[in-house]
Design a protein around this ligand. Structure first.
Ligand code: ZN
Length: 66
């Protein structure tokens, strides 16, 4: 069993939703995301932590203004 490291938690939260599903598409336009690229994210903490990933800042801004 590996120890809990903050960096690991942060990386996990970027690639998984609260349900544990791996998210590899843009939340806004369903465009495919490159896992190696740094993508804009929005995190909410309503029912646990949910992290939304976006292909670019435009999709993120559109999502937040909805
Ligand atoms: Zn997008």
């Amino acid at each position: 069993m590996s120890p809990h490291v903050d960096e690991t938690i942060a990386e996990t939260s970027l690639s998984e939703t609260a349900d544990g599903d791996i998210v590899t598409i843009c939340t806004k336009c369903d465009g495919e995301l490159d896992p190696g690229e740094r993508t804009p994210t929005v995190a909410t903490m309503e029912d646990g932590v949910t992290v939304y990933l976006f292909c670019d800042e435009d999709c993120k801004a559109t999502f937040q203004s909805d």
